[in-house]
Design a protein around this ligand. Sequence first.
Ligand code: NAP
Length: 238
Amino acid sequence: MEKWVLITGATRGIGKAIALEFALNGYNIFLNYHTNKEKALSLQKEITDKYPVLVKCLKFDVASSEEVKEAMQDIPKLDVLVNNAGIARDNDYFNKSKKEFMQVLETNLGGTFLVTKYAVPKMDEGVIINIASNAGIDDYCEYSLDYDASKAGVINLTHNFAQALAPKIRVNAVAPGWIKTDMTASLEPNFKKEIIDKCLVKRMGNPEEVAKVVYFLASEEASYINDTIVRIDGGLKK
Ligand code: NAP
């Protein structure tokens, strides 16, 4: 039977790797993008050239109720939702305005809430996977306190939705550590060395290493895993 996954923020980085992993496993994909239409269309082509699946691009800002609600009208049925879209705005808290702080909360936390709210009616049963972060558990930093708070919120939402949607929908989250994407591309070299030193596998992770775990959690192999946060951080120490 045809299966459909919606992946938010799927134009690049971890979201793109997740889209490729689901396509490899025969899923049709609703590929959400925010601003990057060209990248969305190029990924759509890359996937459909390689795999016999359907890919539909959906433009919406996960932080906008109106846009999310409208985009969901184009989705008849969903089996899996991956709440991946996220932003980080590194800037110490003395120089961070409330507006900047709230923008991160609205995208990462508000977006996860909104997309889940409007996607659930499309799911008779299925799986939701939220992309949280180790930053929401124990990797706090004054430069990213908005991001850390948003990801702690995503973890809490995961537990809450898991309760609310059981037993038909399983809800889990992954908490990646430092993964090589645009989000981490401009890390200062000394800081990068520091985090690699703190990591037991002595390197940053690749988006594909997150995508494999996300797909596993969505699969029947993980049918008894619910309300869990899976760390993917190479054994990062504080
Ligand atoms: P990335 O390369 O910066 O990509 C972010 C994606 O989110 C892009 O596709 C972007 O779309 C989309 N996005 C941003 N704001 C959006 C909005 N308002 N509505 C819809 N889409 C939006 O980031 P990444 O590293 O792959 O991160 C993906 C997720 O993993 C995020 O939730 C992030 O917090 C989490 N994470 C990342 C790391 C890491 O080390 N990289 C670690 C832990 C957790 P456009 O291209 O259209 O702007």
